[in-house]
Design a protein around this ligand. Structure first.
Ligand SMILES: [Zn+2]
Length: 77
């Protein structure tokens, strides 16, 4: 079993989902305990209780992804 870093795991999770459908959320801002507004959350994955923001980089060599640690998921309750 390969071992992935949380960043790699976040990218894998994101890639396993359908293409995000980018629609304007009207930028109502972050909802509830989420770190970003709804459209921004389409690029966010949770790994081990931490939000990671996926960034897509397009170059002549193709598309690569990186994940940036945002913050911990707030405790419920
Ligand atoms: Zn938005």
């Amino acid at each position: 079993m390969p071992v992935y870093t949380n960043e790699q795991q976040a990218i894998r999770q994101w890639l396993s989902k359908p293409e995000p459908y980018f629609s304007a959320c009207g930028c109502m801002g972050a909802q509830d305990d989420q770190p970003l507004c709804p459209c921004g959350m389409q690029m966010v994955e949770i790994v081990s209780g931490v939000y990671y923001q996926i960034e897509e980089h397009r170059s002549s060599n193709g598309i690569t992804h990186t994940a940036k640690r945002l913050c911990e998921v707030a405790e419920i309750g």
